[in-house]
Design a protein. Structure first.
Length: 325
C-alpha cells in the first residue's frame, strides 16, 4: 500500500471534523498505512481504525501506548494529542511534569499568522485584554441561552429550566460582566454563575443535593461526568487555538502566566452550555462513563462547538484590536 500523502489529509477543515477520541487500555499504531488502536481480549487482538483526517483530538488514558509512526501520522493530519489519567482526568503531557493542560501539538510552519498578530496586538494592554475576556464571557452567556431550553435533545430528557429563571440569571451575569473592573471580578462572577447553573440543573433533573468537587475529588456521578466532559472541551479548545496559530499561554482570563490558560478560556465558551446539562442528564439516567462520553461528543458535534470556538476567537481578535486603534 502506498504511504498516505500529507496533502490528502488536509481536505476536512478542523472546524468540520466529527471525531474526538478518548482511548484507554490499548495500543495505537500504524498498520497497513492506517492509524489504528488495538485492544486485547484473551488471546485475540482487535484492530479499530482511527479516521485521522476527520479527527480533531486524541486523548490517551490509562494503559495506553503509541508508536512513533502513529504520532507522525497524527501530526501530518494536524490531530492534537494529549495524555491523561483514567476517565479523561487529569490531563498531562509526556513533556510536562505537572497536571496543567499541556498538549503535544502537531508541528506546522504554515498556520495563519494574522490571528496571532491581532492577538498580541492587544494582549499586552491590560484594558484591551480585559475587554477580550468580557467578550468571551458574553459569548459564553449567549451560548447557554441558546442551548439550555432550545436544544431538543435536552428537552427530550426532561432537562427544562423555567425560562424566567434562566433569563434573569443570565441577565444579571451580563450586567456583572460589563461592570467588572478586572479579571478578579470576572472570575468571581464566573464562579457565582456556575454555582447558580448547578442549582438550576439539579432542579431540572431532580438530582438532589450537589456540591462541586475540585480536581477529580468527587465520587458522585455528576462530578465525575463534569470532570470527564470538561476535558473533552479542553481538547477542542486546544485544537481551536492551535488551528488559528495562537499559543495556549496567551490567555485573557485564566492568568497571564498560567500555562495553557487560553485553552481554559476557549473551552469555557461551551462547557456550561453543553457539558454541564449533559453531565446531570447522564447522571440521573444512570449512564456509564462510555455512554456519557459518547453523548458529549455527539452534542459537541451537533452544536458545532468547534466552529463556535474558532469563530469567537477570530471575532475577538478582530474586534478588540480594531477597538484599540
Amino acid at each position: 500500500m502506498e504511504p498516505i500523502q500529507p496533502s490528502s489529509l488536509k481536505t476536512i477543515l478542523h472546524s468540520k471534523r466529527a471525531n474526538l477520541y478518548y482511548l484507554e487500555h490499548c495500543r495505537v499504531l500504524v498498520k497497513g498505512g492506517r492509524v489504528e488502536y488495538v485492544t486485547e481480549q484473551g488471546k485475540e487482538s482487535f484492530y479499530w481504525n482511527i479516521p485521522i483526517a476527520n479527527t480533531t483530538t486524541v486523548l490517551l488514558g490509562t494503559g495506553t501506548s503509541i508508536t512513533q509512526a502513529a504520532v507522525r501520522e497524527l501530526a501530518k493530519a494536524g490531530v492534537m494529542l494529549g495524555f491523561c489519567g483514567g476517565g479523561g482526568t487529569p490531563l498531562f503531557s509526556a513533556t510536562e511534569l505537572t497536571v496543567e493542560v499541556a498538549w503535544l501539538s502537531p508541528q506546522s510552519e504554515y498556520r495563519p499568522t494574522e490571528y496571532l498578530q491581532s492577538w498580541v496586538g492587544f494582549w499586552f494592554d491590560d484594558t484591551l485584554r480585559l475587554q477580550a475576556a468580557k467578550t468571551f464571557q458574553q459569548a459564553r452567556l449567549q451560548r447557554i441561552a441558546q442551548h439550555w431550553n432550545n436544544y431538543r435533545e435536552f428537552r427530550d430528557e426532561g432537562f427544562v429550566v423555567p425560562a424566567d429563571q434562566l433569563a434573569s440569571t443570565l441577565d444579571a451575569s451580563r450586567r456583572a460582566v460589563e461592570a467588572a473592573r478586572d479579571n478578579t471580578d470576572l472570575l468571581t462572577e464566573e464562579a457565582r454563575l456556575t454555582k447558580k447553573l448547578f442549582r438550576l440543573a439539579c432542579q431540572a433533573t431532580g438530582y438532589g443535593d450537589f456540591s462541586r468537587a475540585k480536581h477529580g475529588g468527587g465520587t458522585d456521578p455528576a462530578n465525575r461526568f463534569l470532570d470527564h466532559g470538561n476535558y473533552l472541551a479542553y481538547g477542542l479548545g486546544a485544537t481551536a487555538t492551535w488551528v488559528l496559530g495562537i499559543p495556549h499561554g496567551l490567555s485573557v482570563l485564566h492568568g497571564k502566566t498560567r500555562r495553557g490558560g487560553l485553552v481554559f478560556d476557549v473551552a469555557d465558551l461551551v462547557k456550561d452550555a453543553v457539558i454541564l446539562p449533559q453531565a446531570f442528564v447522564s447522571a440521573v439516567r444512570g449512564d456509564e462513563e462510555q455512554e456519557f462520553r459518547q453523548a458529549c461528543i455527539e452534542q459537541l458535534t451537533r452544536t458545532e462547538a468547534l466552529d463556535f470556538m474558532i469563530d469567537t476567537v477570530k471575532a475577538t481578535a478582530r474586534v478588540v484590536t480594531s477597538g484599540g486603534q
